[in-house]
Design a protein around this ligand. Structure first.
Ligand code: E4P
Length: 220
C-alpha cells in the first residue's frame, strides 16, 4: 500500500518526503484554501517536490466546465491526477477526461455503489472517505472492505485510495482491507513512526554507548 500525504502545505510535504516513503499527494479545495496563496503556485511547488501521483481537484460544478478545468490541471505535469466529484457531472466530465488519456481520481465517494460507478468510467483512483463515513455514525472501514472485495471480484483496475483517515489504526486497517493507497494528514504521518518503546529503547542504547565510551576513556 502506497502512503500519500493529504495536504497542500509544501513544508509538511518536504519534511515527510525526506523519509523516503512518500508515494504521492492528495489535495482538495479546502486544503489549498488553507495555504491562502495562488493555487497554481501551490500545486506547482508540490508537483516539483514529489514524483508520484499528485491529485489536483476541479471546482467547476458542471460537466463542460469541469472537463475544461480538468484538461488544464492535467497539463500542469505528467504526474498530475485530476480529481472529479462523485456526481452525475463528475462522471460525465471524468469519462471524457479518461477518453483523453487523463488519469482521474473520483472523490467524495461514500459507498460501494458509488465506487462501482467510478470503476466503470475507468478512473485511475477512487477515494472513499473513511473518517467522514464514521462521522455520520456509519462504518467507514466496512465500506472500504466491501469496495476492495468488489474490485477484486470484478477485476477492476481502479486504485482504491483510502481517504479521510484520522489516526494510525485507520492506516493499518486500510492496509488489511487491501487498499492500494492510504492518504493521511501530516499529523497522522508523524504518528505512524512513533512508538514509546522505540523512544525508550533509543535512550537506553545511547546511554549504554555513552557509558562504554566514558569507561574506555578512563581506562586509556
Ligand atoms: C482526500 O483526497 C480527501 O479530500 C481528504 O482525505 C478528505 O479528508 P477530511 O475528511 O479529513 O477532510
Amino acid at each position: 500500500m502506497k502512503l500519500f500525504l493529504d495536504t497542500a502545505n509544501i513544508e509538511e510535504i518536504r519534511e515527510i518526503n525526506r523519509w523516503g516513503v512518500l508515494g504521492g499527494v492528495t489535495t482538495n479545495p479546502s486544503l489549498v484554501a488553507k495555504e491562502a496563496e495562488d493555487p497554481d503556485r501551490v500545486w506547482k511547488e508540490i508537483l516539483a517536490e514529489v514524483d508520484g501521483p499528485i491529485s489536483l481537484e476541479t471546482t467547476q460544478p458542471e460537466a463542460d466546465g469541469m472537463y475544461e478545468e480538468g484538461v488544464r490541471l492535467s497539463q500542469m505535469a505528467d504526474h498530475a491526477v485530476v480529481k472529479v466529484p462523485m456526481t452525475p457531472d463528475g462522471l460525465m466530465a471524468g469519462k471524457r477526461l479518461v477518453a483523453d488519456g487523463i488519469r482521474i481520481n473520483v472523490t467524495l465517494v461514500f459507498s460501494p455503489a458509488q465506487a462501482i460507478l467510478a470503476a466503470e468510467i475507468g478512473a485511475y483512483i477512487v477515494s472513499p472517505f473513511i473518517g467522514r463515513i464514521d462521522d455520520v455514525a456509519s462504518d467507514g472501514m466496512e465500506a472500504l472492505r466491501k469496495i476492495c472485495d468488489i474490485y477484486e471480484v470484478q477485476g477492476y483496475e481502479t486504485n482504491v485510495l483510502a481517504a479521510s483517515l484520522r489516526h494510525p489504526m485507520h492506516i493499518v486497517d486500510a492496509a488489511l482491507a487491501g487498499a492500494d493507497i492510504a492518504t493521511m494528514p501530516y499529523s497522522v504521518f508523524k504518528q505512524l513512526v512513533k512508538h514509546p518503546l522505540t523512544d525508550l529503547g533509543m535512550d537506553k542504547f545511547l546511554q549504554d554507548w555513552k557509558a562504554l565510551q566514558e569507561g574506555l576513556e578512563k581506562g586509556a
